[in-house]
Design a protein around this ligand. Structure first.
Ligand SMILES: [Zn+2]
Length: 67
């Protein structure tokens, strides 16, 4: 059996608050990312990993879209 790992990055638009995802291409701090829904140009400020989020308790105490 072969096992493959995929990195899946989730983006949250600052303007319309919708989510979309991108696989394997790591976002860079300062990168411009266009929202596929409203076209807003977002700037990547932080790449938060699940482990970092779990330490802060944010993903356990509130849903990601409630920030
Ligand atoms: Zn948007």
């Amino acid at each position: 059996m072969k096992v493959s790992l995929e990195f899946l990055y989730h983006f949250h638009c600052d303007r319309c608050r919708k989510w979309w995802s991108r696989a394997d291409i790591e976002p860079q701090i300062g990168e411009q990312v266009y929202c596929p829904y409203c076209g807003h140009v977002n700037i990547v400020e932080v790449v938060q990993t699940f482990r970092n989020a779990a330490r802060g308790g944010s993903c356990l105490s509130q849903r990601p879209d409630e920030k």
